[in-house]
Write a protein that binds this ligand. Structure first.
Ligand SMILES: Cc1cc2nc3c(=O)[nH]c(=O)nc-3n(C[C@H](O)[C@H](O)[C@H](O)COP(=O)(O)O)c2cc1C
Length: 178
């Protein structure tokens, strides 16, 4: 059983991350959810706390912090980092090595021997954008394991590749890679 850092971003597919967090917990893992600011615009952290029984984190500043330096504590606590769903924006920030919020700072603070998994989720046109492809290639080169999105109907009405895979498929992918 693992300590899983589940990072979520401002993607419509975040609704599936609630089920993923719940299923990880039911499977015996400890899951701590790290949220970007836009993730918290879509879902309240308390929902993740309710399904995981663990604190959810969105900032390490001011009243939202849980310890003196959450990014270090979390990077030490986690056995692996799973980013699902990962927005185009967060992919770009990881690729640039930014540390401008808690999620990106934890990713940088995570020791090199701990695996990083990333599930992009976005509109098919965004997924095909040269900048997104370039950033994903950079992250793969840096050692990130990247799950190609599913093909299907998108929330925006488009059809194509960009859907976040089902939680069970993500869990099987991680299990087979660790
Ligand atoms: C309702 C809604 C759904 C969105 N879904 C996605 C998405 O699935 N993928 C994506 O890359 N961006 C999506 N966006 C745009 C991102 O939220 C936006 O790029 C934001 O800056 C991402 O910030 P974050 O990566 O820090 O969470 C969506 C925006 C809105 C308003």
């Amino acid at each position: 059983m693992s300590n899983i850092l589940l990072a979520v971003s401002g993607s419509v597919a975040i609704y599936k991350a609630c089920d993923l967090a719940s299923k990880l917990t039911q499977a015996g893992h400890k899951a701590r959810v790290l949220m970007t600011e836009h993730a918290t615009d879509l879902i309240h952290p308390q929902l993740f706390e309710a399904v995981t029984g663990e604190p959810a984190f969105s900032s390490e500043w001011g009243h939202q912090r849980k310890a003196a330096m959450d990014h270090i504590d979390l990077a030490k606590w986690g056995d692996l980092l799973l980013v699902a769903p990962c927005s185009a924006d967060l992919i770009a920030r990881f690729a640039q090595g930014l540390a401008d919020d808690l999620v990106t700072t934890v990713a940088l603070a995570l020791p090199a021997d701990k695996p990083r998994f990333l599930c992009p989720a976005m509109n098919p046109v965004m997924l095909e954008a040269p900048a997104v492809k370039r950033n994903l290639a950079l992250l793969a080169k840096d050692g990130w394991r990247i799950k190609p999105p599913d093909i299907g109907n998108m929330a925006c009405g488009d059809h194509g590749q960009g859907r976040l895979p089902e939680p069970t498929a993500i869990m099987e992918w991680i299990a087979s890679a660790t």
